[in-house]
Design a protein around this ligand. Structure first.
Ligand SMILES: [Zn+2]
Length: 199
């Protein structure tokens, strides 16, 4: 006889698939939802169900967005000549929170990691080159993390964009091995403002 009802077990297993969630946390979350009013569980379920149908990738910068182009690409006040390249949507959110970057973004949706079979074709590198080729881009700020794959991706981009466009990188202030999206706002703002040009 199963002690835990099947529906609860299924939910626990669903939560276990989320990053950073182990069996204990998953069980706590599932029990919490069970104890809350049914309407809250239904709201959560409908939010989850709608996610993929209402959010797409901006065809210009590849940010998650309800509209295409996204609000940032569509904003006439943003500097279209300046593009910040980041690994994922979480990095865009972290940089936006600082309020100091006024250009557009390019989300790679990954980093180079040959060991895992992730080469330039697996992330949005060609689309970035295409954007630059279409003109009007004068500076690329590389905002990949200071992790090993983040650094490898930055070096690859610097090499590939040499002589094509001005390339800068986030300056110091982000600790080595740090994921951009977990950096504190102040350090991140400082590293954008004092970005270093790559010769
Ligand atoms: Zn966009």
């Amino acid at each position: 006889m199963e002690i835990v009802p099947a529906a609860l077990t299924r939910l626990i297993n669903d939560f276990c698939r989320l990053p950073g969630i182990g069996k204990k946390t998953a069980t706590r979350l599932a029990l919490h939802i069970m104890r809350r009013p049914e309407v809250e569980a239904k709201e959560l379920a409908s939010d989850l169900a709608e996610l993929h149908s209402s959010i797409r990738l901006c065809s210009n910068c590849f940010a998650f967005s309800e509209d295409d182009p996204c609000v940032i690409c569509n904003d006439p006040k943003r500097d279209k000549h300046f593009i910040c390249v980041v690994e994922g949507p979480g990095d865009l959110m972290a940089i936006e929170k600082t309020g100091v970057f006024k250009g557009l973004y390019h989300i790679l949706h990954g980093v180079l990691s040959p060991m895992d079979g992730i080469g330039p074709a697996e992330i949005k590198v060609d689309a970035l080159i295409q954007r630059i080729k279409q003109g009007n881009v004068t500076e690329i700020l590389i905002g990949t993390s200071s992790t090993v794959p983040g650094e490898a991706t930055a070096s690859y981009l610097i090499e590939r964009l040499k002589g094509v466009v001005t390339v800068s990188r986030l300056a110091c202030g982000i600790p080595l091995g740090m994921d951009i999206k977990y950096a504190d706002e102040h350090s991140l703002a400082h590293s954008i403002e004092s970005r270093k040009n790559q010769k």
